[in-house]
Ligand binder design. Sequence first.
Ligand SMILES: C[S@@+](CC[C@H](N)C(=O)[O-])C[C@H]1O[C@@H](n2cnc3c(N)ncnc32)[C@H](O)[C@@H]1O
Length: 290
Amino acid sequence: MAIPQSGATVSLPAQSTYQSRVADYWNAEENPVNLELGKIDDLYHHHYGVGDVDWSVVDEPDAARRQQRVTAELHRLEHAQAELLASHLGPLSPADRVFDAGCGRGGGSVVANQRYGCHADGVTLSTKQADFANEQARARGIDGKVRYHHRNMLDTGFETGGYAASWNNESTMYVELDLLFAEHSRLLRRGGRYVVVTGCYNDTYGRASREVSLINAHYICDIHPRSEYFRAMARHRLVPVHVEDLTPATIPYWELRKTADHLVTGIEDAFLDAYRNGSFQYLLIVADRV
Ligand SMILES: C[S@@+](CC[C@H](N)C(=O)[O-])C[C@H]1O[C@@H](n2cnc3c(N)ncnc32)[C@H](O)[C@@H]1O
């Protein structure tokens, strides 16, 4: 087998049919909740938010201004989540490299670069997202350090042990955790940091609830139980050092989003009901690669 030299093209296995359908979804995706929020400061997050809501935004009497303020408030909460995740990646130096698995339109890698000055490689199944994110990095003048790739996060072809930190923000429900954590474990250097923020179903409820199943159908994904994260991490040299149940912190985001007629996608009630009936949890897990 030929070993690819630096700069040589790495040949990657074809995507599964499922992965092609996920790519189709994200190539076609133009939801205002993803685009209108990002336009505010060119930080495009495709995940949810955490923190207390400033409810004065919904009392704004002028309708157009109210929409703007609600949009800005949702963006503030999404950004707070990206910052929370990034705060657990460090300490990192500008020479370090981080891996953003399932990077969407790229906001998370920009946040990490802004915080640490580090190099970042983001991967997504969507060519459209990778092109968009690379264009954003060029416009910010950080394309020398922050790069996005159309690759499979289960099999990136990136350098073994080349990364000081890596993460998944709302993208683990598209893959088998054993395959995913094997790749993070391979990419992270010893002592490197892995962080995940994800929705998971609650083992104490039993199996996936109706609401969790609705979320799976909506996004074409397969939400894992909480227990599976810890089992799979243990199998792949990832040792949790901090676990936080973000469920109470994310419910206000969904309550505000439900009021935003100009941004709703129709999945808001499923999230709120699933969180409230105890079948679903929003989790942050920070782990060390040993
Ligand atoms: C909900 S978005 C999250 C985006 C991003 N992490 C963020 O926080 O803005 C899910 C992302 O996972 C990506 N994804 C799903 N399966 C993947 C795979 N096997 N390899 C690479 N990316 C994948 C999708 O292409 C999409 O960009």
